[in-house]
Design a protein around this ligand. Structure first.
Ligand code: F0G
Length: 454
């Protein structure tokens, strides 16, 4: 069948806002040209993130009513724990309110000042949590195009042989910062071997474990026909444990977890959990959240659902390419990434092409995307010199799970075509106010042209 379609029908709907161009331009000015700072009721199609923005199934909504809100040992926790252990094989399951809480707790048990965490790429909050401990986050992305999420094994070997104080290796599946590309089973195994040789624990940042598993089924001939759930299990089995934001592949609006083999490490994590997140059987979540997550974790490995995720991302990438945008290929599942520097060659990287493009798209059609370029990943010079640009200047069109139909995405592609047609007139951006860390969330910017973003 040439046409894929959403493998669900819609039972509950929510209106979306339509604004005039003048209203959108006013929103941009008022927000300091930072789309995080624009209220959602001023966004027409929101592709800012696939995190916590998914639509729950009827089964998840009904699971909410079964939530057991007991402080300790709730039935909801036991259900969550059972589903997670069956999926991952890890017996120690610790719920947290979202991924970054898992990162903070796990890393503070594994790392100390001047230790090193190595990853295919630390996501922004992951890096921030490593650095907050005084440790160093080292990214070693690989180069394989089919498995663009792989970690550079030769570079890891070198680092370990040089005697770096590596406290953990973290494989981010899929690798969000490098285009949502999967990590291959072979790469995970090779990393495991090196970790074993040097006595370093290996963890997964498993936020998009199901999408990674599906992409392995598609791209690795040895896994054609294997169920995504089985592949996911195999990935989990390679590592010592995982931390995860369940706002992605848990298909719920909030939640996260740490899941481990090691009882002692789990006990340390629980001690820290209780100080800031909550008791060990709820970790900052309501009982009903745990029920929705348990159900979501069962649904997310469904083959038809994952095929729809991958097919819609591919189709949307083709539409954006037809619209004149340089898209990154192959596409993953959770987003389509566009090379903003290539579309806007008249801007230097310090002029933040990804942010400039994001603002132009919002002005055009009320479409919200996210900047994964220098504003997000660039290194700020503590001595006030120019920023060290990010390796790539990407704009991400994230795809919330089960939320937007092909029509919504066609509208986005039309807005993108209008923006691409006037690419050379899009002005660069300048930061006028920024915090010390994670500046993309709150900084204020202005266009380098008095004519605005046009
Ligand atoms: N790890 C990865 C790979 C992520 O993509 C994210 C969040 C986190 C950890 C942190 O999880 O938000 O639950 O605390 N990514 C979101 C995004 C925010 O838009 O990609 P969290």
């Amino acid at each position: 069948m040439p046409t894929f379609m959403e493998p669900f029908r819609i039972k509950s709907v929510e209106p979306i806002p339509f604004l005039t161009r003048a209203e959108r331009e006013e929103s941009l000015r008022a927000s300091g040209y930072n789309l995080f700072r624009i209220d959602a009721d001023r966004i027409t199609v929101d592709l800012l993130t696939d995190s916590g923005t998914g639509a729950m199934s009827a089964a998840q909504w009904s699971a909410l009513l079964n939530g057991d809100e007991s402080y300790a040992g709730a039935r909801s926790f036991r259900r969550f724990e059972r589903v997670v252990t069956e999926l991952t094989g890890y017996p120690e399951v610790i719920p947290v309110h979202q991924g970054r809480a898992a990162e903070r707790i796990l890393f503070s048990c594994l790392l100390g000042p001047n230790w090193v965490s190595v990853s295919n790429t630390h996501f922004d909050t992951t890096r921030a949590n490593v650095e907050a401990i005084g440790a160093r986050a080292v990214d070693l992305p690989g180069l394989d195009s089919e498995f663009g999420g792989d970690l550079d094994v030769a570079a890891l070997r070198q680092l370990l042989e040089d005697g770096a104080a590596v406290g953990c290796v973290v494989l981010t599946i899929t690798n969000n910062a490098s285009g949502g590309q999967p990590v291959s089973i072979a790469n995970a195994r090779a990393v495991r071997e090196l970790c074993d040789l040097h006595g370093v624990p290996l963890f997964l940042d498993a936020a998009r474990f199901a999408e990674n598993a599906y992409l392995i089924v598609e791209r690795d001939p040895a896994y054609h026909g294997v169920s995504p759930r089985e592949v996911a299990r195999e990935l989990f089995a390679i590592a010592d444990g995982c931390c995860a934001s369940l706002k992605k592949d848990g298909i719920a609006n909030i939640g996260g977890m740490i899941a481990l083999h090691d009882k002692e490490l789990a006990a340390k994590c629980r001690d820290k959990l209780i100080i800031s997140e909550g008791y060990s059987t709820y970790g900052g979540l309501a009982g009903r959240d745990l029920d929705a997550l348990a159900q979501g974790l069962l649904e997310v490995t469904d083959l038809d659902y994952l095929r729809y995720r991958a097919e819609s991302a591919r189709w949307f990438a083709d539409e954006l390419a037809k619209a004149g945008l340089p898209v990154l290929r192959p596409t993953g599942c959770h987003a389509v990434y566009v090379d903003a520097a290539e579309l806007l060659p008249h801007l230097s990287l310090q002029e933040l092409p990804a942010n400039a493009l994001a603002c132009a798209l919002y002005a055009e059609g009320g479409v919200r995307t996210s900047d994964l370029g220098t504003l997000c990943f660039g290194r700020v010079d503590p001595n006030g010199g120019p920023d060290e640009p990010a390796p790539r200047e990407l704009l991400r069109f994230a795809l919330p799970r089960r939320v937007y139909t092909r029509n919504h995405l066609e509208y986005v592609a039309e807005a993108a075509a209008a923006v691409a047609a006037r690419a050379e007139s899009i002005p660069g951006m300048r930061i006028v106010e920024q915090p010390a860390m994670l500046r993309h969330f709150t900084s204020r910017l202005e266009p380098l042209s008095s004519a605005g973003v046009g």
